[in-house]
Design a protein around this ligand. Structure first.
Ligand code: SF4
Ligand code: ZN
Length: 331
């Protein structure tokens, strides 16, 4: 099998001929391997695995200019593995820089059972890393918890994430601005990003697809563009299972179980992509990298048609209509 020096640009066929021995010992030092990376053809022990993730994330942060002097980074911390790893690594990368600060922003959606423990874990992690945490809730912002809203609207499992996602983004952007955050950092991993790309593709939602990418900025030249806080995704090239393994091996507190409402198109796309990835190693990297190559061209076409960002007449937050999506759903 071809050994990749960097993450792959194209999917590789799975190679069953690789021996078990080769997979069970670290390709770098011969110690017991904790993972075999089929897209690179290497096995890694605990130490080499942790370092390789840290190196890759540092490289991504540098390459995409995610951090600038004077930045105040707000990490969206849910208490799950992805955001725990994002916070831990950002703290490792810029924690000692006097010109950059980090805070965590957590949202209590009001989902009984599944999110309570996640929030506890997020508090534990912030204490461990000595990071200031700010928590907001749907109940305070919209008057109801997500559980209450789901009941009131009689939503089925496939419809909840849409409502929840819009609401969380609304709170995060508003609060980040109030807290003088200059960049919002998300823990989206490679699988998440590949899923989002495919979801927008099958929905035909090109404007939304344009908001994907390692760094998302609205042009401040556009009227209202400065109302949106730029977003960064340092874990965008780390496969989900490696983020989970990193969180466990690094001893980070996180809530492993998924939210009880998780459903809808994302789950179907996730399943399809995982099936394809099993047969065509590196496919998710291909989906993301190919999209990135097309993105500048798509953006150019759209930019010429884009109108000014509107201020919602109810809440004053930015959006593309007179009334923003969050107000339409909650008010
Ligand atoms: Fe909200 Fe869906 Fe995430 Fe649950 S899985 S927290 S409902 S977006
Ligand atoms: Zn609004």
């Amino acid at each position: 099998m071809q050994v990749r020096k960097d993450w792959p640009q194209a999917a590789l066929p799975a190679n069953p001929a690789l021996g078990v021995m080769q997979k069970s010992k670290c390709s770098k030092c011969g110690a017991k391997a904790v993972i075999f990376r089929d897209y690179e053809g290497v096995a890694l022990c605990r130490g080499h695995f942790l370092r390789s993730i840290e190196k890759r994330v540092k490289k991504v942060v540098r390459k995409h200019g995610m951090i600038e002097p004077g930045d105040r980074i707000g990490v969206a911390l849910s208490g799950g593995k992805d955001s725990a790893v994002a916070l831990h690594l950002m703290n490792m990368i810029v924690g000692n820089r006097p010109d950059v600060s980090i805070i965590a922003i957590s949202i209590n959606e009001g989902i009984r059972g599944s999110r309570d423990l996640a929030l506890k874990k997020s508090v534990e992690l912030c204490k461990k890393l000595d990071i200031e945490q700010h928590t907001f809730s749907y109940k305070e912002e919209f008057g109801k918890s997500l559980d209450e809203k789901v009941k009131e609207m009689g939503l089925g499992k496939d419809d909840v994430c849409g409502l929840c996602g819009v609401s969380r983004r609304w709170i995060l952007n508003k609060k980040a601005r109030e807290l003088k955050v200059t960049k919002l950092c998300f823990g989206m991993n490679l699988d998440d990003e590949a899923e989002s790309i495919m979801m927008n593709y099958v929905r035909g939602d090109i404007p939304r697809a344009c908001r994907l990418g390692p760094v998302t900025k609205y042009s401040t030249k556009r009227k209202g563009g400065d109302m949106f806080i730029p977003r960064i995704k340092p874990l965008r090239w780390i496969p989900e299972k490696e983020v989970g393994l990193y969180a466990r091996l690094a001893g980070l507190p996180f809530r492993p179980k998924e939210c009880k409402y998780r459903g809808g198109l994302r789950v179907d796309v996730e399943k399809a992509l995982l099936d394809l990835e099993k047969k065509h190693v590196g496919l998710m990297f291909t989906v993301v990298n190919t999209f990135d190559r097309m993105l500048p061209g798509i953006k150019k076409t759209l930019d010429s048609k884009e109108t000014a960002i509107k201020k919602c007449k109810i809440c004053g937050e930015p959006g593309s209509h007179e009334v923003c999506k969050a107000c339409e759903l909650w008010r």
